[in-house]
Design a protein around this ligand. Structure first.
Ligand code: FDA
Length: 496
């Protein structure tokens, strides 16, 4: 309730926030987590908590009246549709040059993501987090994160025979015929459950095309891993549909202002609590927006000048290829990707072979590439508009397109195929308008010290993707989790 005092307040319930909550609680600290999204623990009228990707309804988008699907066209026709405005699970947050997709609800991005759980190659790590000792990350914190998240890889024998990975086998064949290294990619999906889905013995989730708008069964989201363990300590409470708007110094502790919202997004009431320690875990965008606003409006004026800087898109770019009729990708496609092309070292991309779970044969191979895009944007406060803006420009994706082209031009030449031009608009090849992987804005050892402390304000910490300077060379959440494990261990030992 309003006026309460808490030892530790965590803003956000994604990867960084969940790690912080669990480890603080295990150390005997009472933790209150504030989450702007819903709890996602109650089924709708159809008996399901989340809606299907093919039938987006009120549960799909965060406060929109029309869907904004990442692939917004098919065969040249727009596929977006009207929906009731609701605090749905996927936020398509629009900045001037990029749409940033993020999860909203208890579990953050783990609710909506593909679950691809990738540890960067050790040789690439110095570029990912230059101030962090690789030996401690690869010796202790990456293994701890992988164990805590429940990471595993598809059974290779089952992969070879199941209909639902025909699209991935076609992707592999084409990659290998052009000489590109092909890899299995670990995931937090329960692979035994997926095999049972294929056998028809359990309700389908990955095999029913569930992705983007939540996954009803097989994915081990944070609610099933870190947050379940945090709840079991008895020291963690979570307030869903509560949004932090301010964190202000108050004589050694902090006054946190929180708006409670209803499922239309309307503010029901505004509360304040005081906290000895506040952990910013609102995601790269959420944390950056809060810190930039609080610095610019004089609430936390001593935050340093690096706040808001160093934001990157993890080099995300998407494309599709049109296969020949003798290379069908299958009408049954697991919505959980399990493999990709690892051409990073050669300057190309880490490209996942992604599903197009439309339920019909598309003869399309679809890829999400992660590339070494060098561009970095910054968040800034627009006082007259009263909002935080991001300086990213759409044209800054060109290096990513060029890197992805170095792979897919070659495959197309070898296979005698062409790019699909009907997935992102009318005659548009590249999905260059979005990212799923926002990173940075409060970079480790720049905006914070080397453990995420906002040193001008003792007791304030950043512990999420905002710490990572724009690129992880692979999908980011294992690195976000491992860095949070490293930082919270040090903070508990040194500060508590
Ligand atoms: P995260 O975004 O998870 O959590 C932040 C939480 O804070 C959210 O729940 C948000 O609602 C809340 N919040 C924000 N502002 C707040 C405020 N002011 N008050 C209260 N709460 C607030 N990664 C990967 O490794 N493998 C993959 O396969 C994918 N796939 C993928 C698909 C899609 C569609 C998306 C959108 C993303 C992915 N990702 C991914 C990315 C991954 O999900 C992402 O990197 C992490 O969720 C980021 O973790 P954080 O802890 O930084 O924040």
């Amino acid at each position: 309730g309003s006026g309460a005092h808490v030892a530790a307040l965590v803003i956000g319930t994604g990867y960084g926030g969940s790690v912080a909550a669990l480890r603080l609680a295990q150390a005997g600290v009472d933790v209150h987590m504030i989450e702007m999204g819903k709890a996602w623990d109650t089924p709708g009228a159809d008996g399901k908590i989340f809606c299907n990707t093919r039938e987006p309804d009120y549960r799909s988008y965060w406060l929109r009246t029309r869907t904004k699907a990442p692939l917004n066209y098919f065969l040249g026709f727009p596929i977006d549709r009207d929906i009731p405005r609701h605090t749905g699970v996927l936020d398509a947050e629009e900045f001037a040059g990029i749409t940033v997709y993020q999860g909203r609800g208890v579990g953050g991005g783990s609710l909506v993501n593909g679950g691809m759980a990738v540890t960067p190659k050790r040789e690439n790590f110095p570029a990912v987090l230059p101030s962090v000792d690789p030996a401690e990350m690869y010796g202790v914190y990456y293994p701890r994160a992988n164990a805590g998240l429940g990471v595993a890889t598809v059974d290779p024998a089952w992969f070879e025979t199941t209909a639902c990975y025909q699209y991935a086998r076609v992707g592999r064949k084409h990659a290998q015929r052009s000489g590109f290294p092909f890899v299995f990619v670990p995931d937090v999906y329960d692979w035994d459950y997926m095999e049972q889905e294929a056998a028809g013995s359990v309700p389908q989730s990955a095999l029913a095309g569930e992705i983007l708008y939540g996954n009803n069964y097989g994915k081990k989201s944070l609610q099933k891993t870190y947050l379940a363990r945090a709840a079991a300590t008895g020291r963690v409470t979570i307030s869903p549909l509560h949004r932090v708007t301010s964190v202000a110094p108050a004589g050694g502790s902090y006054t946190v202002t929180i708006e409670q919202i209803d499922t239309t997004g309307a503010v029901v009431t505004t509360k304040t609590v005081t906290a000895d320690r506040v952990f910013f875990a609102a995601g790269s965008v959420g944390t950056s927006k809060l810190l930039v606003k609080l610095k610019a409006t004089g609430v936390l004026p001593a935050l340093n000048g690096e706040v808001g800087k160093g934001w990157g898109d993890n080099g995300n770019v998407m494309c599709g290829r049109a296969n020949h009729l003798w290379d069908p990708t299958g009408k049954l496609q697991s919505a959980i990707p399990c493999c990709g092309i690892d051409n990073w070292t050669a300057g190309g991309a880490f490209a996942e072979v992604a599903p197009l779970p439309t339920g019909i044969e598309t003869y399309a191979s679809f890829y999400l590439s992660i590339t070494d895009n060098p561009n970095r944007a910054r968040f800034s406060w627009n006082a007259s508009a009263g909002r935080v803006e991001l300086s990213w420009q759409t044209a800054w994706k060109q290096p990513s397109i060029d890197m992805a082209k170095s792979i897919f031009d070659k495959i197309n030449a070898k296979e005698g195929t062409i790019y699909r031009t009907d997935l992102f608009g009318v005659y548009k090849i590249w999905g260059d308008h979005l990212t799923y992987h926002p990173l940075g804005g409060a970079v480790l050892n720049k905006a914070t010290d080397n453990y995420g402390r906002l040193t001008a304000y003792p007791g304030l910490y950043v512990i999420d993707g905002a710490l990572i300077p724009g690129n992880t060379t692979v999908n980011p959440f294992v690195t976000i989790t491992a860095l949070a494990e490293r930082n919270i261990e040090h903070i508990i030992a040194a500060d508590l």
